[in-house]
Design a protein around this ligand. Structure first.
Ligand SMILES: *Cc1c(COP(=O)(O)O)cnc(C)c1O
Length: 427
C-alpha cells in the first residue's frame, strides 16, 4: 500500500503545525509510523489522499456510530446551512438537543452546551468547586478528561502523595490539588478520600475508561465512589465524553444504575461537529451565571450547525438503538482475532460494551493503567502496522479504545476477519 501523498502532506504539515497535527495522538508517534491523511469517508470506509481504502475502527473517536457521511446527518446540516451558521443568540435547536439528551440521561436535569469535551469537564470541575466551596479533586491514573490544567495529573508512586503535573505549564500549586488513584481500586480511593474529605470538591471518573485502552469500571468500584462522595459532601462527576451514547443510550450511568452529580459529554452528541455538554442536578446547575455566581460561557456554544447534527444523530440513534448489534459485531471480530492469536501462542485479551471495544496483548484483561503498561508494546505496534497496511484502521496506540458503527455490516465484518487472518499469519 503506497501512501506518497500522505507522506508529502505530512512533511508540509510539520512545517505549519507542531508535529504536523492539531491533536497529538494523530501523529502516530506511539506506533513509530506516519499519519494517514484522509479526504473522504462513507459508512464504515475511510479513503485516504492516495485513494487507499480502510475499514474504520475509530469512527472519529466515537461520533460516527451510524457511519460516515450518514445522509440523515448531512441533510440536517444542509438544511440548517441555508438558514445561517451562527447567530450568537438563542435558538430552539439548543433546547431540542438538551431535551433529547435529558430524556436518555435523566441525571442531567439541566445542561449547558459547550464546544468540546475538555470544556465540559473543565466546567464540571469549576462548578463542583464553586458549589462545594472545596478545592481538591480525585481522579484515576489512566483516565483522560481533556487537557484541563487540573486534570492533566497522574499520581506519583504513593496514592496519597501530592499530584505531579504531567505537563510543563501547569503550576505545581494547582496540580497539588489533584490526587490520582489506581482505577478500580476501592481501598486506595477510600484512603485518600477519608484523608482529604474536608476539602474534597469532586471525584471525577470515566465510568467506562476508553483512554487507557478499553477498561470498564467495576460496578462495586463505581458504587463506592458514589458512597464516598455522599459521605464527604463531594460531587461525583462521570466523564461520559466518550461513553455517552456510545456504550448505550443512557451512557455508562444507565448500565451501572449509578446517578452521578454531574456528567460531561462530547463526541457522539455532536454528530461529528464540535460539541460538548455538561449537566446535573437543577439546584447545582442553577448556580451558573446568569442565575448564579459561577461563571461559564461560550461565543459559539450551542452553534446551530452543531446542534442540528447532534439532534439528527441522537434521534436516529434512539430509533435504531443499535447497541446490542454493535456489541455482537465487535465481539465477533475480536473473539475471532483472539482465537487466531491464541493458536499462535500470542497472549490476547478483549472486551466490548455497546459500540466500544478494546484489545490488549496480555493474558488477562487489564483492570487499571499499570496492567495496560505491562501489555506487549512491540506486538501491538506490529499488529497495528500490519492492520493499517491491510486496510484496517485501528487506533494508533494501545492506550486507545476501538469503535464500531451500525454500517459495519456482515460483509464488512467478514472482510475484516479474513484480513486479520492474513495479518496474524504473518506476525
Ligand atoms: C475525548 C475525551 C475528552 C476530551 O474531549 P475533547 O473534545 O477532545 O476536548 C474528555 N474526556 C474523555 C473521557 C474523552 O474521551
Amino acid at each position: 500500500m503506497k501512501r506518497n501523498r500522505s507522506e508529502s502532506l505530512f512533511e508540509q504539515a510539520q512545517l505549519l503545525m507542531p508535529g504536523g497535527v492539531n491533536s497529538p495522538v494523530r501523529a502516530f508517534k506511539n506506533v513509530d509510523g506516519k499519519p494517514v491523511f484522509f479526504k473522504s469517508a462513507k459508512g464504515p470506509i475511510l479513503i485516504d489522499e492516495d485513494e487507499n481504502q480502510y475499514i474504520d475502527f475509530i469512527g472519529s473517536w466515537g461520533p460516527m456510530i451510524l457511519g460516515h457521511s450518514n445522509p440523515i446527518i448531512l441533510d440536517a446540516i444542509k438544511a440548517q446551512l441555508e438558514l445561517g451558521t451562527s447567530y450568537g443568540a438563542p435558538t430552539s435547536l439548543e433546547s431540542t438537543l438538551a431535551s433529547i439528551i435529558k430524556s436518555q440521561v435523566p441525571s442531567m436535569e439541566k445542561l449547558r452546551m459547550v464546544n468540546s469535551g475538555t470544556e465540559a469537564t473543565m466546567s464540571c470541575i469549576r462548578l463542583a468547586r464553586g458549589h462545594t466551596g472545596k478545592n481538591k479533586i480525585i481522579k484515576f491514573t489512566g483516565c483522560y478528561h481533556g487537557h484541563v490544567d487540573s486534570l492533566l495529573v497522574k499520581a506519583g508512586s504513593g496514592v496519597s502523595t501530592f499530584g505531579l503535573p504531567d505537563s510543563p505549564g501547569i503550576p505545581k500549586e494547582l496540580a497539588a490539588l489533584t490526587y490520582s488513584c489506581p482505577y478500580n481500586d476501592i481501598e486506595a480511593v477510600s484512603r485518600v478520600a477519608n484523608k482529604i474529605g474536608d476539602d474534597l470538591a469532586a471525584i471525577i471518573v470515566e465510568p467506562v475508561a476508553g483512554n487507557m485502552g478499553f477498561i470498564p469500571g467495576e460496578s462495586k468500584f463505581l458504587s463506592a465512589l458514589k458512597t464516598l462522595c455522599n459521605q464527604h459532601k463531594s460531587m461525583l462527576i462521570f466523564d461520559e465524553v466518550m461513553s455517552g451514547f456510545r456504550v448505550g443510550l443512557g451512557g455508562a450511568q444507565s448500565i451501572y444504575q449509578i446517578e452521578p452529580d454531574l456528567t460531561a459529554m462530547g463526541k457522539v452528541i455532536g454528530g461529528g461537529l464540535p460539541v460538548g455538554a455538561f449537566g446535573g442536578k437543577q439546584s447545582v446547575m442553577d448556580q451558573l451565571a446568569p442565575l448564579g455566581p459561577i461563571y461559564q460561557a461560550g461565543t459559539l456554544s450551542g452553534n446551530p450547525l452543531a446542534m442540528s447534527a447532534g439532534i439528527a444523530l441522537l434521534d436516529a440513534l434512539i430509533k435504531i438503538n443499535p447497541f446490542d448489534e454493535l456489541e455482537i459485531a465487535s465481539s465477533e471480530i475480536m473473539v475471532h482475532t483472539k482465537n487466531l492469536m491464541n493458536d499462535k501462542g500470542i497472549p490476547f485479551s478483549t472486551s466490548s460494551i455497546g459500540g466500544m471495544f478494546g484489545f490488549f496483548f496480555s493474558e488477562n484483561l487489564p483492570q487499571n493503567f499499570d496492567d495496560v503498561v505491562k501489555s506487549d508494546d512491540a506486538m501491538f505496534k506490529k499488529f497495528f502496522t500490519a492492520s493499517l497496511n491491510q486496510g484496517i484502521y485501528f487506533a494508533p496506540s494501545k492506550y486507545e479504545a476501538g469503535f464500531i458503527s451500525a454500517t459495519h455490516d456482515q460483509s464488512i465484518l467478514d472482510q475484516t476477519k479474513s484480513k486479520i487472518e492474513k495479518i496474524v499469519k504473518e506476525l
